[in-house]
Design a protein around this ligand. Structure first.
Ligand code: IPM
Ligand code: MG
Length: 366
């Protein structure tokens, strides 16, 4: 019997629908090749959902996600929604989706693709061989802490958020970090601001306790977040797994993305204790190039590969998608964000066609 899996597809906003179309075409081909079936359920999310229903995350979308085997999201957000009250903004929908599915662990791998070394703003000798993983806590910290708000009194306005973690929230994300470090090179660097913040001191205490009790074989180090930001561009090869809180991971993962040349290349996986995972590129919806067939679909294709590997345990299909991306880049095809001298520039759809040809083993032609 052919196994079949239910995928909730969330094309979202901006370039989202364009990169989703390309990715879906590739998923169809790779699932056919590897003998399983994907059933898609496309749902509105973000600005697209605000336009259709008035809310960024309709209950029906969250329900569909819960009922599926994995969720694939393109990107959400657009400046036209920035003036809406916070609870109606696209980003609030994304936070609601993460919380609603219990996705506390966000994995953001940054691996240098040799063909793209010249596309980075950093020197070859700094980035060559970089292969790191940001493990970001995703459903706590200052993104979700209370109290929060904005108050006016005596002629002044004050706005505030709360950066807070419970011990067990730190333990469960640290466990994910240690487990992944064990599967990789055995090194974990925990990022905090324990020299200033109480919440970071608790973070450090819990990570140390877990290390002593359960992971003595992992080489653990601690780094203040400001230093980590500097070390990422000074000597990124020193890192294997970086364990971070929600806000620090948000910032450091964008920085780490630039090591790879373009934020248009990086996938991510968000996982909970059980239930479907959410797979999405780490880039945004790029409203400036939306609808112009200029977007780089590769981060979403690589997110689909993570979905196949982690979400559906289809390792061979995942590896085939990744190999197709490598082949197309090695053949000199580039989207605008990666363009370099001597390469062939393609739009989003044409890049999709090349990826499909590479997947199906057709020799590349310019
Ligand atoms: C990310 C994004 C989101 C975040 C936004 C869109 C809410 O920047 O996934 O990194 O801050 O988590
Ligand atoms: Mg971010």
């Amino acid at each position: 019997m052919t196994s079949s899996f239910r995928i909730t597809l969330l094309p979202g906003d901006g370039i989202g629908p364009e990169i989703t179309a390309v990715t879906r075409q590739l998923l169809d081909a790779v699932s056919r090749q590897h003998g399983f079936e994907l059933l898609y359920d496309e749902q509105p999310m973000g600005g697209a959902a605000i336009d259709a229903t008035g809310e960024p995350l309709p209950a029906s979308t969250l329900e569909a996600c819960r009922a599926s085997d994995a969720v694939l999201l393109a990107a959400i957000g657009s400046p036209q929604y920035d003036c809406l009250p916070r609870e109606q903004r696209p980003e609030t929908g994304l936070l609601g989706l993460r919380a609603g599915l219990g996705l506390f662990a966000n994995l953001r791998p940054v691996k240098i693709i040799p063909a793209l070394i010249e596309a980075s703003t950093l020197k070859r000798e700094v980035i060559e061989g970089v292969d790191l993983l940001v493990v970001r806590e995703l459903t706590g910290g200052v993104y979700f802490g209370t109290p929060k708000g904005r108050v006016e009194s005596e002629g002044r306005v004050r706005a505030f958020n709360t950066m807070a973690y419970f011990d067990d929230e730190i333990d469960r994300i640290a466990k994910v970090g240690f487990d992944l470090a064990q599967q990789r090179s055995g090194r974990l660097c925990s990022v905090d601001k324990a020299n200033v913040l109480d919440v970071s001191q608790l973070w450090r205490d819990r990570v140390e306790a877990l290390h002593a009790s359960s992971y003595p074989g992992v080489e653990l180090s601690h780094m203040y977040v400001d230093n980590a930001a500097m070390q990422l561009v000074r000597n990124p090869r020193q890192f294997d797994v970086l364990l971070t809180s929600n806000l620090f991971g948000d910032i450091l993962s964008d920085e780490a993305a630039m090591l790879s040349g373009s934020i248009g290349m990086l996938p991510s996986a968000s996982l909970g204790a059980s239930g479907p995972g959410l797979f999405e590129p780490i880039h945004g919806s790029a409203p400036d190039i939306a609808g112009q067939d200029k977007a780089n679909p590769m981060a979403m294709v690589l997110s689909a590969a993570m979905l196949l590997r982690i979400g559906l345990q289809q390792e061979a299909a995942a590896a085939a998608l990744e190999a197709a991306v490598d082949r197309v880049l090695a053949a000199g095809f580039r989207t605008g964000d990666l363009m370099a001298e001597g390469c062939t520039q393609l739009g989003c759809r044409a890049m999709g066609d090349q990826l499909l040809a590479a997947l199906e083993g057709v020799p590349a032609t310019a």
